[in-house]
Design a protein around this ligand. Structure first.
Ligand code: GLA
Length: 727
């Protein structure tokens, strides 16, 4: 049973295949966290020890007994202002201006299946695997309630959380913080791994010991952002890729978020994750509710790779739209790096035809096809074809591309507006800007106010009308700026704090509408590369463009960091021309492909400009991906090394262990070097694998335990890819 309640001890026991999560109804109804980790069968209610501490406040009910203080008692959903002085999960201003909130247990229910969150993405309730626990808590002095939702997915060792706050008072209240989850550990002997970055350098894994005080990983840019990913790992100091305890927390959310890790004076570590409170407040009228986004938690005792595999499984099977499960993206050719915005129909036809000759399966027309878009300063918001560039229109052009035997994809950036556009002329108040203050521009564009239904509806109608008669197989959905000048002309002053979250809800609404209206279209998320790479977007789009930095060597680090929470199958990764447009570096075309194989695979170039040797390489690479994508992108992914300066190795093993794809990248060569041995992982020990590129036949056991000697490569930044096929 995934969830039980021990009546006698008042302990909730949540169990997955290998993990347990426990909490209890403690004295006076406080909901007290007990344990999360390796599976234990019994209730561990002996864990909390009540002690008298110096200078600690006590709940009124304790009378003269000073042994219970909320600074030590670890609450599942800590309120604010009543002596738990750590980061709170929830903070509320009541009608009288006071802002204490002190939640106590009221009731609970347990059922099969999983809750859904209206208007927001969350892991899908498929199969019979899920169980749900709902626990209702109420403030001790008012009728403000919170329902805590726990989803237990046994097979993936995953526990989800989300909360719904309900105002049952007869006056309004204002939420100042409403987080998704709070997770506690009785120790500070832990490391945290978070994923920082910037444009072109997304998701660098950074590991540091947790420390006294607060460490915050966050975004207030309106999007989850290039700068921090809404995910975090907590683990033992000794935990490695292959062994040790580790925990993950990932938000299914695409907007402003905050993950706080706090160590207190008793060396307890608390993690609180959810919507960023600095850019948020929300008015709740009597009877109204507020739902937080979902947080996905997991634990592995098998090291970081084990934890990643839990998240990879859950993303592949319970998050992305079901029709794309285990379906690879057609090998695509995108014209962005080849032409930028400056193209016409015949030029694109030539690029597409040349791609077809090499074996490409889909042509994607990037930015520049609509409205007045003759440069990047204009046109956004007008989703009608620019007939000067494309005389056949989108319907006609898509048919021409299909006529070549290619699928057809198109780029849109529906959340944006250029001041130089018809839409702006008609509706200048539809953008996010403060009247009387010149708005900050980024790439010369402004953001549409998606907190307004009429804006979302209007953009939907435009896109629908333009695309309904076209033959579209794929849409790249871009978003190219941070949110500033936060103000909606449709919200009253006291609701301006709702804008950022309402914007995200509007974004999800449009995504939901478009993806359900066009279920056959595969969407790819994008945000100046990987600036909105999160589980919220993946609910609608089965893949996200990883980074605008297509340099294979830079991609090592980007894809390595991304792989902690996201499987290769969702990582947009392409081969582009050299010298690389972002870094100026040149590496072989096979090295570029070696990284893209562990992703959605495609090309960002003009095939007409390749030499004969490169053209042959492209043909060979496409065939390789067609044959092995279900292994390299959809198999179990292993980070075999870190991202060091000498060499890097990674591999994927098919779920049935019958094949594997392994890549070794020599970063820096030097004279008179020793041989590098790499121990492979995830293979069937007893099986024999042939490795055609090396002319070897070896058992899984030899490859994993004795290792494989790497060839001597007399060149810097050169990758070799090897295929393992079970005999
Ligand atoms: C963003 C994307 C690119 C490209 C351009 C087009 O930067 O990440 O891939 O689509 O926009 O403007």
């Amino acid at each position: 049973m995934g969830i039980t309640f021990n009546e006698e001890k008042k302990v909730f026991l949540l169990k997955t295949k290998n993990t347990s999560y426990q909490f209890r109804v403690a004295e006076f109804g406080f909901l007290e966290h007990l344990y999360y980790g390796r599976r234990v069968e019994e209730a561990v209610d002996y864990i909390p020890v009540r002690l008298r501490h110096g200078f600690e406040a006590n709940p009124y009910e304790m009378k003269q007994d000073r042994t219970l203080c909320l600074d030590v008692l670890e609450q599942e959903y800590p309120g604010f202002g009543v002596s738990d002085f750590k980061t709170s999960a929830c903070s509320i201003i009541h009608a009288d201006g006071s802002n204490c909130i002190d939640f106590r247990y009221v009731s609970h229910r347990i059922y099969n299946g999983k809750y859904t969150i209206e208007g927001m993405p969350s892991l899908r309730n498929k199969g019979d695997d899920w169980m749900t626990l709902e626990v209702v808590l109420q403030d001790v002095a008012t009728k403000v309630e919170v329902t805590l939702f726990y989803g237990v997915l046994e097979s993936c060792d995953v526990i989800t959380r989300h909360a719904v706050i309900r105002n049952l008072e007869d006056t309004e209240i204002t939420l100042h913080a409403a987080h998704s989850t709070c997770l506690s550990f009785p120790t500070d002997e832990m490391d945290q791994i978070d994923f920082y970055g910037s444009w072109g350098h997304e998701r660098n894994a950074q590991r540091t010991p947790v420390r006294h005080g607060k460490t915050v990983v966050d975004s207030i840019r309106g999007i989850s952002s290039h700068y921090y990913n809404p995910t975090i790992v907590l683990c033992d100091h000794e935990t490695t890729e292959t062994a040790g305890d580790c925990y993950g927390v990932a938000l299914v959310y695409s907007g402003n978020f905050q993950i706080t890790v706090e160590v207190n004076d008793f060396k307890q570590t608390r993690v609180v994750a959810g919507i960023h409170p600095d850019t948020f407040y929300w008015k709740l009228n009597p009877g109204e509710t507020f739902a937080t986004p979902e947080a996905v938690m997991s634990f592995s005792a098998a090291g970081l790779t084990g934890l990643s595999h839990h998240y990879h499984d859950v993303v592949r099977h319970f998050l992305i739209p079901g029709q794309f499960e285990n379906q690879r993206c057609p090998v695509l050719l995108n014209n962005w790096e080849a032409t930028m915005i400056d193209f016409d129909e015949e030029q694109l036809m030539q690029i597409a035809s040349a791609g077809k000759e090499l074996g490409v399966e889909m042509f994607v027309m990037d930015d520049g096809w609509f409205g007045r878009r003759t440069n990047e300063f204009r046109g956004l918001g007008d989703w009608q074809c620019n007939l000067e560039k494309l005389p056949s229109g989108i319907a006609g052009f898509s048919k021409r591309i299909h006529g070549l035997g290619l699928k057809f994809g198109i780029w849109i950036e529906p959340e944006m507006i250029s001041e130089d556009s018809r839409l702006y002329e008609e509706h200048p108040d539809w953008c996010i800007a403060i009247p009387g203050r010149k708005p900050t521009r980024q790439r010369y564009q402004l953001i549409l106010d998606y907190s307004r239904d009429e804006v979302v509806e209007y953009i939907f109608d435009q896109i629908y009308n333009e695309f309904k008669d076209a033959e579209i197989d794929y849409i790249k959905w871009d978003m190219n700026r941070s949110m500033t000048d936060r103000f909606s002309q449709a919200l009253p002053a006291e609701r301006q704090g709702e804008l950022c979250h309402r914007y995200v809800l509007g974004f999800y609404k449009l995504m939901e509408k478009l993806t359900t209206t066009f279920p056959q279209i595969r969407f790819e998320g994008c945000c100046g590369g990987g600036g909105r790479f999160d589980m919220g977007v993946l609910y609608y789009a089965p893949q996200i463009w990883c980074s605008d930095d297509t340099d294979a060597i830079e991609r090592i680090c980007i894809q390595h960091g991304t792989s902690f929470f996201y499987p290769p199958s969702v990582m947009g990764a392409h081969v582009s021309v050299c010298p690389n447009q972002q870094t100026g570096r040149s590496v072989s075309i096979d090295t570029r492909a070696a990284l893209a194989y562990y992703g959605t695979f495609g090309y960002e170039l003009d095939p007409n400009e390749l030499n004969d040797e490169e053209k042959e390489a492209v043909k060979r690479q496409i065939q390789y991906y067609q044959e092995h994508a279900l292994t390299s992108a959809f198999g179990k992914y292993y980070r075999l090394t870190g991202v060091g300066h000498e060499f890097v190795a990674f591999m994927s093993v098919a779920d049935d262990q019958k094949s594997a794809v392994f890549s070794f990248v020599q970063r820096r060569t030097s004279a008179n070097k020793g041989i590098i041995y790499i121990k492979l992982r995830g293979l069937n020990e007893a099986a024999v694998y042939t490795i055609p590129e090396l002319g070897l036949e070896l058992s899984g056991a030899s490859l994993m335990y004795a290792g494989l000697p790497m060839p001597v490569i007399k060149a810097d930044n050169t990758a070799k890819t090897f295929t393992l096929i079970q005999k």
